[in-house]
Design a binder for this molecule. Structure first.
Ligand SMILES: NC(=O)c1ccc[n+]([C@@H]2O[C@H](COP(=O)([O-])OP(=O)(O)OC[C@H]3O[C@@H](n4cnc5c(N)ncnc54)[C@H](O)[C@@H]3O)[C@@H](O)[C@H]2O)c1
Length: 262
């Protein structure tokens, strides 16, 4: 029996690397899917790829800016009406801001908080009543290993990802009585089209990026998006029925070693 047979998942950032990999994995496990992204073409492409691989998959691409609460409620309700309810919410949508905290301006704080934190908040708020009405459901929020560990250079992003871990924990405590589980996944370096395009823009090929990047992980490599999607699948499905309020680190062991040796 497929792990998500008969279930419907609402996946944000469904047009991006980890979101599209999650959609592909979920479709293979029998889930119906709403793939939501502010990039309409990316959501369409991800949905077509899923349909090409799994012709019987029920996939709905949706264009929406999830930093807008009213728009989020509208697309959540439309997806629930289209599929006859929702069982799973996966919050993957996110952006990055680079630079030291001492130089961070209010505008960049507003934009990264609006997406990385508030889009997740809006989606949870819109979906929770639907899950409560069924007495069950699973929410998986994508944070980052830098939501639980520190580094220099991406402080604004890391703050939002720490907030996502806290949000997931508190929501898990508050919603357990309604049968809703809430967990976070904290990926380490994952080689998505975003990173490949960013490297290319500074003259670094994908091959070189794969060879030289992610050397701080114990495994000395990047994760493939599917490896993160597998952790999301575990938390979304019934195999994690006794897991809630946790943050699952998927970082090739990068955070296990404090650095140095004796
Ligand atoms: N790739 C990594 O190394 C890595 C590591 C740790 C955490 N993460 C997190 O995983 C998630 C996905 O990462 P990715 O590398 O696949 O990124 P990505 O940029 O490919 O995907 C993010 C998607 O979110 C969408 N999005 C952004 N703002 C939106 C909005 N307001 N409304 C709707 N959609 C919006 C984008 O259009 C994009 O398709 C992000 O939250 C990221 O922070 C990624």
């Amino acid at each position: 029996m497929a792990r998500l047979q008969g279930k419907v998942a609402f996946i944000t950032g469904g047009g991006g690397g980890i979101g599209a990999a999650t959609a592909m994995l979920f479709a293979g496990e029998g889930a119906g899917l709403a793939l939501v992204d502010r990039d309409a073409a990316a959501a369409e492409t991800a949905a077509s790829e899923v349909r090409r691989r799994f012709p019987s998959a029920d996939v709905l691409p949706v264009a929406a800016d999830l930093s807008d609460e009213a728009e989020t409620r509208r697309v959540v309700d439309a997806a629930a009406a289209r599929f006859g309810g929702l069982d799973i919410l996966v919050n993957v949508a996110g952006i990055r801001v680079y630079g030291p905290l001492a130089e961070a301006d209010a505008g960049s704080w507003d934009s990264i908080l609006a997406i990385n934190l508030m889009a997740t908040v809006h989606c949870c708020k819109a979906v929770v009543p639907l899950l409560r009405s069924r007495g069950r459901g699973s929410i998986v929020n994508v944070s980052s290993v830098f939501g639980v560990a520190g580094r220099a250079g991406m402080g604004q992003y890391d703050v939002t990802k720490a907030a996502v871990v806290s949000l997931s924990r508190t929501l898990a405590i508050e919603e357990v009585e309604h049968g809703i589980r809430v967990n976070a996944v904290c990926p380490g370096p994952t080689i998505t089209p975003y990173h490949i395009a960013r490297a290319k823009a500074r003259g670094v090929s994908e091959e070189e990026l794969r060879r030289t990047g992610a050397q701080h992980t114990l495994m000395k490599r990047w994760a493939e998006p599917r490896e993160v999607a597998c952790a999301i699948l575990y938390l979304a499905g019934d195999e994690s029925s006794f897991v809630t309020g946790t943050a699952l680190v998927v970082d090739g062991g990068a955070s296990a070693a404090a650095g140095g040796s004796s």
